[in-house]
Design a protein around this ligand. Structure first.
Ligand SMILES: [Zn+2]
Ligand SMILES: [Zn+2]
Length: 139
C-alpha cells in the first residue's frame, strides 16, 4: 500500500494519504496552468477517504470547467500553494498537486489530457495515453 505525505510551502497545511493513487494525470488545460502557475499540472488522484488533512485549513475556490462541471480547488490561505482539487463529476476523488508531495519520486504519469492545448515546449512521455479532454473518472 502506498503511503505518502505532503503540505504547502509555508507548512501550515499538512496531509497524508494511505492507499493507491487511482490515476495520475498530466493536465495541459488553461485552468490548471493558471492555477499552478506552471506549464502544466500533474494531478495524483486518490480516493477522498484516503486523504487526511493533518493540520491547517484549506481555502476553496470553485469555477466552471468547459465541460460544465464545477471544479473546486483547495489551497493554503497563507501561502497560496495549490494542494487538492475535485470535480463535481467525480466528488469521491481528490486530485493532489504533485508538487505538494514530500517525496513524489514514486509518481508515474499514466495519462495526459488536453494535449491539444499543451505549450509547444512541453515534452510528452511515450508511456502516457493522450486525451483531447478529461476522460471519465476511474472507478
Ligand atoms: Zn501554506
Ligand atoms: Zn486541467
Amino acid at each position: 500500500m502506498t503511503e505518502f505525505a505532503g503540505g504547502c510551502l509555508c507548512g501550515a497545511v499538512r496531509y497524508s494519504v494511505s492507499g493507491e493513487p487511482v490515476r495520475v494525470a498530466q493536465c495541459h488545460c488553461d485552468d490548471c496552468r493558471r492555477a499552478t502557475g506552471s506549464s502544466f499540472a500533474t494531478n495524483v488522484f486518490v480516493r477522498k477517504e484516503d486523504l487526511t488533512v493533518l493540520r491547517g485549513t484549506t481555502k476553496t475556490y470553485g469555477h466552471p470547467a468547459d465541460s460544465g462541471n464545477t471544479m473546486t480547488k483547495e489551497f493554503c490561505p497563507e501561502c497560496g500553494s495549490q494542494l487538492f482539487g475535485w470535480s463535481s463529476r467525480g466528488p469521491e476523488l481528490r486530485s493532489i498537486k504533485v508538487g505538494s508531495i514530500d517525496d513524489a519520486s514514486f509518481v508515474e504519469p499514466q495519462i495526459e489530457v488536453f494535449v491539444s492545448r499543451a505549450l509547444p515546449f512541453t515534452r510528452h512521455p511515450e508511456t502516457t495515453k493522450k486525451f483531447e479532454r478529461m476522460p471519465p473518472p476511474p472507478k
